[in-house]
Design a protein around this ligand. Structure first.
Ligand code: SF4
Ligand code: SF4
Length: 429
């Protein structure tokens, strides 16, 4: 090795060490804030979810896939069922990491959203096993940021670019999804050597269905006026699903549900009757960028529900097959992942408004915080529609913009605190 090469290698090594130190620091800081929020009253069964976040971002461990290949995914619209049916394990790689965001900031355009900047940062550093271990990455083209990040990722990884129909109302939209799913299955079969059958897909639908069943049990606990679990902890639990095989995650959620049932019987609520019940909706909230849910609860609000793809939305609707043929199963999957999806990337999105209004009723929400990641135009476009609908329903709403750093935290704190005070004044005084 020449002297110049040696110097360069030493420089890169120092950069990598700095990166890992900073990433570990942020991980521990936010895990500690989650712990402090529980004030010793966090359900025991939450521990495995916090442990997974720590193992991925602090201990830098791989996903425990038990010998199965990992497939990276970059959106809640990638059907988990197809990946499990082919004998692989999906790992959701959308990122909320502040340290990799800083690296990605120099790689992608300034106005790109922080999520793709953070993804580009990990791609550059190549030091996180959850990224390095993926045999293929699936990137649905849902917005310009995703389109361009797929190009960047494909420099180092095998990337499957998945087309998503913009208008999903007609049958052609579902047919086009079935074509994409068949292409994806071909790629997955090449990786795993499987020959995916109807039975494999049905089995995978049932596997994910178990998680959705536990999720529906869990959501039942969240419909009262007092909470048994912190909303920030719920977001951590949903984030942990990105890095756990779904059967393991379901098992852990089953235990949490049992513990919550006991707590409910014993009246062990963690919020008071007069704590403002807030719903969070908008751009994805990805660990460790959980400052907004934390602020809501640190400022005295109760984060009673979230309508985000890294939160409750991820496992909301089950796949309902009506035909047991191969095409019939794929159509049922497309209906769940595309037609029922409330992400604002589609040209028409009345169902998002309806879902939000339904959740407000179900969770007795008193105010909505609309989260926009800087540069996330699709969510920003929909704010006006949601604001108008909520005004008509007499529900206060604020738009809060957020980036992947801690510089905006005081500004966010002031806005969140003022919003909570407003609800208290209107509802309780
Ligand atoms: S916000 Fe929409 S497009 Fe982005 S990851 Fe979530 S579901 Fe996918
Ligand atoms: S939907 Fe928003 S947050 Fe997701 S990649 Fe596109 S711009 Fe970024």
């Amino acid at each position: 090795m020449t002297e110049i090469n040696q110097n360069e290698a030493a420089r890169l090594e120092r950069r990598r060490e700095r990166f890992e130190r900073k990433m570990s620091h942020t991980t521990i800081k936010y895990l500690r804030e989650l712990e402090d929020l529980g004030r010793g009253n966090t359900p025991e069964a939450m521990k495995p979810f916090f442990d997974v976040l720590k193992s991925v971002y602090f201990d830098m461990e791989p996903v425990r896939a038990e010998g199965r290949p990992c497939i990276g995914t970059y959106c809640a619209m990638v059907p988990l069922e197809l990946i499990y049916a082919a004998g692989a394990v999906p790992v959701k790689l959308c990122s909320g990491n502040y340290t990799s965001f800083l690296i990605g900031d120099d790689i992608v355009p300034r106005d790109a959203c922080p999520l793709v900047k953070a993804v580009a940062g990990f791609q550059e550093m190549k030091n996180l096993p959850i990224y390095n271990d993926c045999r293929m990455m699936v990137v649905p083209i849902t917005c310009d940021c995703k389109k361009k990040i797929s190009q960047i990722l494909s420099r180092d990884a095998d990337v499957f670019v998945m087309q998503i129909p913009v208008n999903r109302e007609d049958d052609e939209a579902i047919d086009s999804c079935v074509i994409e799913y068949n292409k994806l299955l071909d790629k997955l079969e090449q990786i795993t050597g499987a020959n995916v059958s109807c039975a494999d897909i049905s089995h995978a639908i049932a596997l994910v269905g178990n998680a959705q069943y536990e999720m529906s049990r869990f959501l039942e606990f969240k419909t009262g006026t007092r909470s048994l679990i912190r909303g920030s902890h719920v977001m951590a639990m949903m984030n942990a699903a990105s890095y756990m095989p779904i059967d393991i995650w379901t098992e852990k959620l089953h235990l949490l549900n049992d513990e919550l049932r006991e707590r409910q019987k014993n009246g062990l609520y963690i919020t008071k009757e007069n704590q403002p019940r807030i719903m969070l909706t908008g751009s994805p909230v990805i660990f460790p960028n959980i400052k907004l849910p934390l602020l809501i609860e640190q400022m005295g609000g109760s984060l009673a529900a979230d309508e985000t793809c890294m939160g409750e939305r991820f496992l909301y609707d089950p796949v309902i097959p009506t035909e047991k043929t191969f095409d019939g199963l794929l159509k049922a999957i497309a209906n769940r992942y595309v037609r029922a999806c409330t992400c604002p990337v589609f040209s028409e999105n009345r169902q998002r408004v309806d879902r939000i209004l339904h959740m407000i009723k179900e969770h007795k929400i008193q105010g909505v915080i609309y989260h926009v990641l800087r540069g996330c135009l699709v969510y920003d476009y929909e704010y006006a529609v949601i604001e108008k609908e909520l005004k008509e329903a007499d529900i206060p709403v604020i738009r809060v913009e957020n980036d992947y750093n801690e510089e905006d935290i005081e500004h966010l704190r002031i806005r969140v605190e003022a919003f909570i005070e407003l609800i208290k004044e209107t509802e309780y005084e």
